[in-house]
Design a protein around this ligand. Structure first.
Ligand code: HEC
Ligand code: HEC
Length: 272
């Protein structure tokens, strides 16, 4: 009987040490401090900038994660993975300075210097000052809500993914410097910009695909312009084929794209 007890204790001890290692190692990454690049944002104002911000917060996915009124929500909860929450932004924005919001959004660095996780700041690193201004002014005029969803609490499996580098600190993933707003007349460049800020969140920084998330975005040889628009803005694939997530993405994000933006993305993906 003794050896059974010993084996059991041994397995238990190894399990305990492994968990402790994953916990401590991931916590190091989570706590790691980053210094944001100091940046002067050329804030753009104007009558239509707030409504543009509301539109972009849909197209770029803020609303999909932070909730339709940006009131915050639990994105994911699972025994082994733990809980991931997109925080309530309706009060945050007015408590943070312009530079603090810039650092979170485009550099992935929170006011305490730690990195965000899950929040796709690497994709947002491309945001132009104009689009940043639009989103910023939209954040400032949100109706304050007291709602406080239960905070993020990483489970063992999520911590393991952090240790493995599968869930990276966004502050260490920055793709690019903010784009200068000089591309809007070129459909191909506009398409590249929109794909970088939005599609790359799932399809990867170079649209090469992300394991477990979304496939590589090839050259779309099987889509013509109209079919592509139907897929993106209505979630309908040719011949009525089911494509995972596209209906939700169309409803939450991409039906808010302008026709010329959809064309621009098509143009870019075609010529890549
Ligand atoms: C894929 C989901 C997702 C998307 C898309 C997303 N966020 Fe987030 N956001 C998160 C999560 C999760 C956090 C918490 C990150 C952390 O603390 O590690 C967060 C944190 C934030 C914070 C920091 C709040 C704080 O703790 O100080 C701000 C500000 C923010 N998001 C704004 C935005 C805006 C604006 C957009 C759109 C341009 C956006 N987010 C898009 C998931 C998302
Ligand atoms: C929230 C994650 C997410 C975002 C953001 C996203 N996609 Fe996807 N996309 C997916 C997933 C998941 C699939 C695979 C669906 C399947 O195979 O059933 C996919 C598949 C596709 C396909 C292939 C469809 C087919 O024929 O099988 C195309 C084309 C596509 N996406 C284009 C885009 C474009 C363009 C954007 C940006 C405007 C974008 N996606 C943004 C998740 C995303």
């Amino acid at each position: 009987m003794r050896w059974i007890a010993r084996t059991f204790l041994g397995v238990f001890a190894v399990g305990w040490f492994c968990s402790a290692y994953v916990y401590l190692k991931s916590q190091q990454t989570i706590n790691r401090s980053h210094v944001p690049e100091p940046r002067r944002v050329a804030l753009v104002s104007g009558d239509d900038i707030q409504s543009e911000g509301a539109r972009l917060s849909k197209v770029f996915g803020c609303v999909s994660c932070h909730g339709d009124r940006m009131q915050g929500q639990v994105l994911y909860e699972h025994a082994l993975n733990g809980r991931i929450t997109a925080p309530n932004l309706t009060q945050k924005a007015s408590n943070l300075t312009l530079n603090e919001i810039e650092a979170v959004l485009r550099q992935g660095i929170k006011p305490d210097g730690s990195s965000v996780f899950v929040m796709p700041s690497a994709s947002f690193s491309a945001l132009t000052d104009r689009d940043f201004s639009a989103i910023y002014s939209h954040l400032l005029q949100l109706t304050s809500e007291g709602n406080a969803p239960k905070p993020t609490d990483y489970g063992l499996l999520t911590r393991y993914r952090i240790v493995r580098g599968q869930l990276p600190a966004a502050a260490e993933q920055r793709l690019t410097q903010p784009w200068r707003d000089t591309f809007r007349d070129s459909p191909r460049r506009l398409g590249e910009y929109l794909a970088t800020v939005s599609c790359s969140q799932c399809h990867g920084s170079d649209l090469q695909g992300i394991d477990t998330l979304a496939p590589a975005l090839g050259r779309l040889s099987n889509y013509d312009r109209v079919e592509f628009s139907e897929l993106l803005t209505k979630g309908i694939a040719p011949a009525g084929r089911e494509v995972a997530m596209k209906a939700d993405l169309a409803a939450q994000r991409y039906r808010f794209l302008r026709a010329e933006e959809v064309d621009a993305i098509y143009e870019y993906l075609k010529q890549r």
